[in-house]
Design a protein around this ligand. Structure first.
Ligand code: NDP
Length: 452
């Protein structure tokens, strides 16, 4: 390393993208430091993907218990204990925090606990010292954004929901994105009377319209009181009860209000005023296709850049940057065909285009759909129907979009995503033998187009 610098790379933020970039860079021989002021593993490990999925499993148990009788099981009286779930989850997260620390240590990355900030184009200050850095990576992620209105101080975000002292009898979830749908489903599954409010005509804007409609139907069937074209005007607290004045004049009383109304880049206190780093029109750090900001030598990736806010995307970005900076490569990440899942109940998973996007891009498409009762639910009247959808470009026969609603949708979609990424045609899908009996086999047995 050049004597002029203390580090080849200083990473600010030990979340998914930052940790991966740091480890890979150190693996290529760079001298790397990483700073974290909150928790190792970032949002995903601490207040996001991982604990959310654990809660989602917990919430699914209630559906399985409902189903048990149809399989001949007599279940004695059952009860759910929130502190047990919360504390078991926290123990597991703490274990993962430790693993992240060991991974960094074993890779030779120097870890600083504390608040780091930029003090110039090549300098970072932390814990009272300034370090000279050849390259700096800003991987500080995002933070829940809650609109300001009378009573907004009474609401919680996804940061707090993981650590509630008690689970209320009723809750209102505001928002229509990933987090709102997932937590409305989780709370409902854990036995909380749940209302979800979304300001637009149909939640999950940007997803396939048919998928959005069917998910809304299924979530309502599962017990969520889902309301569209509505918002909150004000909230008053009376004892342990929150009184929500809604935009339609209605008043709703509830024990908890969770706002899941998007996230903002976490730039506060980062020393952005000491450097000349351009932001995009939404306030995220603007980067080129190698994650370089407008200041050479300062890079940014993951949620702080406002791209596709998914852990696997941040991981891929971190690996790409490390290879380019310290292994002489010229990689560029391909952002097409990124599969994603919403862990609502039922789950949704998708890869490629929605029907609306496919029609716009390709003109002539064939749409294959199938909706049926899951075999698991045929003996009782519990559980809704699964839904599968394939979109095929008529000109090339290529599958350009795949969608599924149902249990384990994400597990199914990961494999389908490989085929779609490889450019599989509908004929390739048809030539594949199904696994019987399974839900996923329907992806290779849909022969007649529902519409063109
Ligand atoms: P999203 O951006 O997905 O959704 C925000 C929602 O809040 C939208 O429905 C939006 O409505 C609504 N909204 C925004 N502002 C207001 C407001 N002032 N009043 C009322 N409603 C409002 O954000 P999330 O917080 O759900 O998630 C953040 C990101 O985290 C996601 O984009 C996703 O990338 C990632 N994530 C991924 C998960 C996964 O992979 N399973 C799980 C959880 C999060 P409108 O559509 O009208 O703008």
């Amino acid at each position: 390393m050049n004597e002029q610098y203390d580090y080849d790379l200083f990473v600010i933020g030990a979340g998914s993208g930052g940790v991966r970039a740091a480890r890979m860079s150190a693996g290529y021989g760079a001298k790397v430091a990483i700073a974290e002021e909150r928790y190792l593993g970032g949002t995903c490990v601490n207040v996001g993907c991982v604990p959310k999925k654990l809660f989602s499993y917990a919430a699914h148990v209630s559906a399985d218990l409902n189903n048990a009788a149809s399989f001949g099981w007599t279940t004695a009286s059952t009860a759910f204990d929130w502190p047990t779930l919360r504390d078991n989850k926290t123990r597991e997260i703490e274990r993962l925090n430790g693993i992240y620390g060991s991974l960094l240590e074993n890779a030779g990355v120097e870890l600083f606990n504390g608040h780091a900030e930029l003090t110039g184009n090549n300098t970072v200050a932390i814990n009272g010292r300034e370090y000279r850095c050849k390259n700096i990576l800003l991987a500080v992620g995002g933070w829940p954004s809650i609109p300001e209105f009378p009573g907004s101080e009474h609401v919680i975000s996804s940061n707090e929901i993981f650590y509630l002292d008690t689970l209320p009898a009723t809750a209102v979830v505001v928002g229509g994105g990933y987090i709102a749908c997932e937590f409305a489903s989780i709370l409902n599954g854990l036995g909380v009377g749940t209302t979800q409010l979304y300001r637009g005509p149909l939640f999950l804007r940007g997803f396939d319209n048919e998928v959005r409609e069917i998910l809304a139907e299924e979530m309502r069937t599962s017990g969520v009181d889902l309301r569209f074209e509505i918002n909150v005007d004000r909230i008053d607290k009376q004892g342990d009860t929150y009184r929500l004045q809604l935009t339609n004049g209605e008043v709703l009383e509830t024990g908890l209000v969770l706002y899941a109304t998007g996230r903002n880049p976490l730039l506060e206190g980062l020393g952005m005023d000491t450097v000349d780093i351009a932001l995009d029109d939404k306030g995220y750090i603007a980067v080129d296709d190698n994650y370089q900001t407008s200041t050479p030598g300062i890079y940014a990736l993951g949620d702080v850049t406002g791209g596709i806010e998914l852990t696997p995307v941040a991981l891929a970005e971190g690996m790409t940057l490390a290879a380019n900076l310290f292994n002489g490569e010229q990689r560029r990440l391909n952002y097409e065909h990124i599969p994603t899942a919403i862990f609502s109940h039922p789950n949704v998973a998708t890869v490629g285009l929605s029907e609306e996007q496919a029609r716009e891009r390709y003109g002539q498409i064939s749409v294959f759909t199938s909706r049926f009762r899951h075999l698991k639910h045929t003996l009782g009247d519990h559980g809704g129907k699964v839904f599968l959808k394939l979109l095929v470009d008529a000109a090339t026969d290529r599958v350009v979009g795949a969608h599924i609603i149902g249990d384990d949708a994400a597990e199914v979609m990961q494999g389908i995503a490989i085929a779609v990424k490889m450019g599989a045609s509908k004929a390739d899908f048809d030539a594949t033998i199904g696994i019987h009996p399974s839900v996923a086999e329907e992806f290779v047995t849909m022969r007649t187009a529902t519409r063109n």
